[in-house]
Design a protein around this ligand. Structure first.
Ligand SMILES: NC(=O)c1ccc[n+]([C@@H]2O[C@H](COP(=O)([O-])OP(=O)(O)OC[C@H]3O[C@@H](n4cnc5c(N)ncnc54)[C@H](OP(=O)(O)O)[C@@H]3O)[C@@H](O)[C@H]2O)c1
Length: 281
């Protein structure tokens, strides 16, 4: 019996060694991360930063020396963010499904007392395209698209408002789209929910600015252009003027740097597009 036990524990040990050796590098690298914020530097929190525009924003802010709180749904699988953190120690990868109030609150608790200069509501979804055409409008798709694109940016802003309030720059910036503009899309009959969700987001962000400006906080809208990401691929866009996530992120960061209440008043609170144009409502 004793010999059997010894053999069993040896077998178990072998088993764990085998499992560890087959764990992907990225998962091993992720294990044991602790918060790394240099209080001398500015801090940005970006949602949906594992790919697309969010990843490019994280990269560019990290290169400019910012602390980056890079949130994503699956940190262990966020291989590009993990590589970024290997180069820039002030990149903090955090788990956040923007539709989970529990995860939002847990993250806000973890970062309690840490100033956040720019809170960047970037995560978004297009939603199933076939569910957003007249005659086939689908309730579940409607709810999901609105939960991610419209409600989540507001709930995240509520949860981190003290962090933004105690920072130097005090900016909440949310990613909208030209597809939310009634003027631009008057003759387009697709993406009902996506367009509606971003138009509703626009109203929420303007209302939030009215609520927060007396505290010195700016709540503004930006739009990234037609950017070569998974979302643009899903949309089937084949038109001109496509730009890379890096090009979009570089221009958006300049826009975010220059945003002020004066700029918002001058633009009638409308979104600023990546090419500096003010998008019509
Ligand atoms: N690309 C364009 O041409 C374009 C144009 C106008 C506006 N935008 C806006 O720009 C933003 C970024 O879009 P993108 O083009 O970079 O899209 P993307 O490549 O599809 O990336 C979307 C990001 O959002 C994340 N996300 C989706 N649902 C989430 C959830 N429930 N919780 C947390 N994260 C979630 C995704 O994470 P997972 O990997 O986990 O799915 C991913 O990181 C969006 O708000 C989009 O509406 C894009």
């Amino acid at each position: 019996m004793k010999i059997f036990k010894l053999d069993q524990s040896k077998t178990l040990m072998m088993f764990f060694i085998l499992i560890l050796s087959f764990t992907p590098m990225s998962e091993k690298a992720f294990a044991g991360q602790s918060m790394n914020i240099d209080q001398e530097k500015s801090t940005v929190l970006i949602t949906g930063s594992n790919r697309g525009i969010g990843l490019a924003l994280a990269q560019n802010y990290a290169e400019q020396g910012w602390n980056v709180i890079a949130t994503c749904r699956k940190p262990k699988k966020a291989s590009d963010l993990i590589s970024l953190r290997e180069k820039f120690s002030n990149v903090n990868i955090e788990e956040l499904d923007v539709t989970s109030e529990e995860q939002i609150n847990a993250l806000a608790k973890k970062y309690n007392g840490i100033p956040i200069d720019v809170l960047l509501n970037n995560a978004g979804i297009l939603g199933e395209v076939k569910d957003q055409v007249f005659g086939a409008l689908n309730d579940q798709t409607f709810e999901l698209v609105f939960a991610v694109n419209t409600l989540a940016p507001l709930k995240i802003s509520e949860a981190f408002i003290e962090n933004v309030s105690m920072s130097q720059q005090k900016k909440i910036v949310s990613m909208t789209s030209g597809l939310a503009s009634m003027q631009i899309t008057a003759n387009q009959s697709y993406f009902y929910f996506y367009r509606m969700s971003k138009a509703a987001l626009n109203m929420g962000i303007v209302a939030m600015n009215a609520s927060l400006k007396k505290r010195g906080i700016i709540s503004a809208l930006i739009a990234p252009g037609q950017v070569e990401t998974k979302m643009l691929e899903e949309s089937g866009y084949r038109g001109p003027n496509k730009i890379t996530p890096d090009e979009s992120a570089k221009s958006l960061i300049k826009i975010i740097d220059s945003i002020s209440q004066e700029v918002l008043t001058k633009n009638g609170n409308k979104a600023i597009n990546v090419d500096q144009r003010v998008l019509p409502w």
